[in-house]
Design a protein around this ligand. Structure first.
Ligand code: ATP
Ligand code: MG
Length: 137
């Protein structure tokens, strides 16, 4: 069965949206496999977003993810990677469809509430990175 890594970002945690977000994935029918509230070490944030290290916003992105706790989760179910991304909506909330998490709860691309793995390869990589070992920090 497919698994994905989802993360409520600092803005979502601070705004009290963990329960709402967990509830949406539970109600959809996915299974919660693991979860933790964590203050992200800088090196973990940089590894997580390594594919974006050349982007002009990379520094701000790492600053933001490390600014206050995030809620990391592993979810399981049929097509969970693609379906979770659809439930999240477009990266920029102004382009996200009504009813998606980012449309319902966010305004700006920098603070868009939630992360979800974008491919099977990245799901495996991120699950290992966030939950796989004791050498994360
Ligand atoms: P995520 O990886 O967080 O699930 P995503 O896969 O939809 O989001 P990515 O291209 O992987 O989008 O970008 C990662 C994150 O970087 C985005 O969620 C957003 O918060 C931030 N980001 C992306 N593009 C921009 C931008 N142009 N300006 C500022 N921040 C951006
Ligand atoms: Mg991404």
């Amino acid at each position: 069965v497919e698994q994905t890594f989802l993360m409520v970002k600092p803005d979502g945690v601070q705004r009290g949206l963990i329960g709402e977000i967990v509830s949406r994935f539970e109600q959809k029918g996915f299974k919660l496999i693991n979860a933790k509230l964590i203050q992200v070490p800088r090196e973990l944030a940089e590894s997580h977003y390594a594919e974006l290290s050349d982007k002009p916003f990379f520094g701000e992105l790492v600053d933001f993810i490390t600014s206050s706790p995030v809620f990391g989760m592993i979810w399981e179910g049929e097509n969970v990677i693609t379906t979770a991304r659809a439930m999240m909506g477009a990266t920029n909330p102004s382009a996200a469809a009504p009813g998606t998490i980012r449309n319902d709860f966010a305004i700006s691309v920098g603070m868009n509430i939630i992360h979800g793995s974008d491919s099977p390869e990245n799901a495996k990589r991120e699950i290992d990175l966030w939950f796989g070992g004791e050498t994360l920090s």
